[in-house]
Design a protein around this ligand. Structure first.
Ligand SMILES: C[S@@+](CC[C@H](N)C(=O)[O-])C[C@H]1O[C@@H](n2cnc3c(N)ncnc32)[C@H](O)[C@@H]1O
Length: 332
């Protein structure tokens, strides 16, 4: 049962139009609806008695499904709120699950601290959870006012407000362009630098409204969507953490163990695709070489040659799944 409790503006060509948003009642509140759940578990193929690292535990939806298949889990999340929630949700599994607040880029240190060398599989479900997006004081949402924060790990120092108020115009342009793929990056950066001299940016709606005025755009997406994405990725150093995490976890996979990664935008997906592709070639060839040479990084066979995407039904039921791409590789 759902109740119509909240209203939130949705962006249309004519400007913000208020539509009612279905808000879950407390008893069926879900922290996060796991994306591509059936496909992920099928392709990750967790085996009883093995240890799977879920590097992005979140609301523990995927973690629970892995545990139900009989594998043990080490669940990591850099957000302490996710670890608290997962601890409650997974209590029935007792000692079969270990949870740690940690960045998955540091998975090797966590495994070492537990005395674990090899693992039977790994999962990364990237980005933020619905809970993080919908909790206004985390500062991720364009639609809910809150401090311009965006830290998944509150122990980190740099917030989105620090970036908007202190980065140079060149650096803001670079992150809006490279991380947000924002075509008006330069214009937005230059205006924000001018405006912050009079009033610093402190809140999400304040920044969203300022961007609305700089780049009024047709379309369903709010004009600040790409800038918010760029800020979130910069605050959490998301692309470098992904590169580090792929490397750290792949080094620990036992032969036959699988690595599943769900990405939500093209920058992340490109990193995952190239990582698996570069490590699934047995030989390397170059025009200047007389013959192909063995690839020193050869590590994987591809389980998915093309990414798996959510069915039309899943996309209808969970619109946040729309951009998801799942890639899976198996350790040779
Ligand atoms: C999309 S949610 C995962 C949802 C989860 N699979 C489920 O079924 O509920 C992503 C989670 O990953 C966490 N996260 C993102 N980047 C991380 C990183 N580098 N290290 C650890 N956790 C990370 C976020 O805090 C968030 O809780």
């Amino acid at each position: 049962m759902h109740a119509l409790l909240f209203e939130r503006p949705v962006w249309f060509a004519t400007g913000p139009l208020i539509i009612a948003e279905e808000a879950p009642e407390m008893e069926d509140f879900t922290y996060h609806q796991p994306v591509l759940a059936r496909e992920t578990i099928e392709l990750l193929a967790p085996r009883p008695g093995t240890l799977i690292v879920d590097g992005t535990c979140g609301g523990a939806g995927h973690t629970e499904l892995i545990l139900e298949k009989g594998a043990d889990v080490l669940g990591l999340d850099q957000d302490p709120d996710a670890i608290n929630y997962a601890t409650g949700r997974l209590s029935q599994f007792g000692g079969r699950v270990t949870l740690r607040q940690a960045n998955f880029r540091n998975a090797a240190q966590v495994l070492d601290s537990l005395g674990v060398i090899g693992i039977g599989g790994a999962l990364l479900d990237l980005g933020i959870s619905s809970r993080q997006l919908e909790t206004s004081d985390r500062g991720f949402s364009i639609m809910r006012n809150g401090p311009l924060d965006m830290r998944m790990d509150p122990r980190r120092e740099l917030t989105a407000a620090d970036i908007v108020n202190s980065y140079s115009e060149e650096d803001l342009t670079r992150i809006f362009r490279d991380l947000g793929e924002e075509p008006a990056a330069r214009r937005i950066a230059s205006q924000l630098v001018k405006q912050r001299k009079t009033v610093p940016f402190r809140e999400t709606i304040q920044l969203a409204k300022a961007i609305e005025k700089i780049v009024w755009r047709h379309g369903r997406r709010h004009p600040a969507t790409q800038v918010f994405q760029a800020l979130r990725m910069e605050v959490n150093d998301e692309l470098r953490a992904l590169e580090d995490g792929l490397l750290a976890l792949s080094m620990r996979l036992e032969p036959g163990a699988r690595f599943a990664v769900i990405a939500f935008h093209s920058l992340e997906d490109r990193i995952v695709k190239n990582f698996f592709r570069d490590r699934s070639r047995e030989f390397l060839d170059r025009p200047e070489w007389p013959e192909p040479r063995p690839n020193p990084d050869f590590q994987f066979t591809l389980v998915t040659s093309k990414p798996v995407e959510p069915s039309a039904e899943e996309q209808r039921e969970n619109p946040r799944s729309r951009s998801a791409k799942l890639r899976v590789a198996e350790r040779i």
